[in-house]
Write a protein that binds this ligand. Structure first.
Ligand SMILES: *[C@@H]1O[C@H](CO)[C@@H](O)[C@H](O)[C@H]1NC(C)=O
Ligand SMILES: *[C@@H]1O[C@H](CO)[C@@H](O)[C@H](O)[C@H]1NC(C)=O
Ligand SMILES: *[C@@H]1O[C@H](CO)[C@@H](O)[C@H](O)[C@H]1NC(C)=O
Ligand SMILES: *[C@@H]1O[C@H](CO)[C@@H](O)[C@H](O)[C@H]1NC(C)=O
Ligand SMILES: *[C@@H]1O[C@H](CO)[C@@H](O)[C@H](O)[C@H]1NC(C)=O
Length: 209
């Protein structure tokens, strides 16, 4: 029994899909199985933290104090809505379901909660030579630099392991820097006309708040 449970736990971890949410947001987690087959359900976070216990026969729901005021539970479907998400809610959620004959794990999802990205900042250097200027876009710990002239800019993109990306692209006559992560994006843009309007002056910084 122990070994079989262990195996199911491992399988769940392998096949789980990651759900991305922003800090303060909410998520609905569904069970993967039939509610009618079981008598008792326990939502478990990160293998060991009990979120909620449900005894179907008595319609008895016991909520862990850690989750007070931010959980909604549906007795029909056994789905769990977690509200006011914090980064510490990131991890694996699953349900242990049992009846008189067996205890099994109904696989669920991995949750990843992150802050929205900061707005990127565009900076032009070497603007003395409009035929050869460098436009740099920074966002948190990423940055991209492109060679730009009156009409063109190299398009570039960098990504970091957490799914954070920073890209410089040109659309119509606008240079767009896009800072994104799996839950949000913010852009900063500048037109070529604007960019080279101050040719000869010092470094030009343009920020939209
Ligand atoms: C939950 O587990 C994840 C790894 O799956 C870990 O990164 C995270 O820190 C854990 N969270 C808590 C609150 O223990
Ligand atoms: C749900 O269960 C089905 C079959 O039992 C399985 O194929 C599927 O991968 C499971 N999905 C998740 C998210 O655990
Ligand atoms: C543009 O400027 C960089 C450094 O300022 C220099 O290395 C490069 O050769 C210049 N390119 C052209 C086409 O002038
Ligand atoms: C920025 O990137 C995100 C994620 O790739 C995308 O959904 C969004 O449309 C982009 N925004 C702009 C202005 O290109
Ligand atoms: C440029 O930024 C402004 C202000 O954020 C936005 O309203 C506009 O749609 C952007 N333009 C493009 C082409 O993305």
């Amino acid at each position: 029994m122990e070994t079989k449970l262990q195996l199911i736990f491992t399988l769940c971890t392998l096949i789980s899909i990651t759900v991305f949410r922003v800090v303060g947001g909410s998520v609905q987690l569904e069970i993967n199985g039939s509610v009618s087959e079981f008598d008792e359900f326990t939502w478990i976070f990160n293998e060991s933290v009990s979120v909620l216990k449900y005894y179907k026969k008595y319609k008895d729901v016991t909520l862990s104090p850690r989750y007070k005021h931010r959980v909604e539970f549906n007795m029909e479907t056994c789905s769990l809505i977690l509200k006011n998400l914090q980064k510490t809610d990131s991890g694996l959620y699953k349900v242990k379901a049992s009846n008189a004959l067996q205890t099994t794990i109904l696989c669920v999802h991995r949750l990843s909660v992150s802050d929205p990205v900061e707005a990127p900042v565009l900076t032009l250097s070497n603007s003395a030579d409009p035929c050869n200027s460098t436009l740099t876009c920074r966002g948190h710990d990423l940055s991209v630099s492109s060679m730009c002239s009156y009409r063109t800019c190299e398009e570039k993109e960098v990504t970091s392991p957490g799914g954070v990306a920073l890209s410089l692209s040109v659309r119509d006559s606008t240079i767009i820097c896009n800072h994104s992560n799996p839950v949000s994006w913010k852009q900063e843009n500048i037109t070529f006309t604007h960019l080279f309007a101050h040719t000869g002056t010092h470094t030009h910084t343009h920020t939209v708040v």
